[in-house]
Design a protein around this ligand. Sequence first.
Ligand SMILES: [Zn+2]
Length: 103
Amino acid sequence: MNRQLIETLGVRYTGRAALDRDPQEDLVEFICPNCGQRGTKSARRDRTRYHFTDGFVQDLEGELTTCRGCRQALRVAPVVMVHDENEKRRFTAVFSEALGANN
Ligand SMILES: [Zn+2]
């Protein structure tokens, strides 16, 4: 079993992009590159750690987690913060390849 960290892209919906969700829930969403399962984890990093990079507010350091499907240790990085529908569309367009790699 491979216990090495593998990296995957994360997204943190906030503001108007998260209106359909419990406001207490602040989650980072990701897809496990190993088994393709969608996962979420509570966002632990402060928003001040996010910086504007390549057109998006991102945390390049990311967060560590474990896939609930295959127990693979994951480093969710970068985490992209998405604030509204407009950004959501732009994010999906730019990162569709990374997001859909295993679908
Ligand atoms: Zn997995």
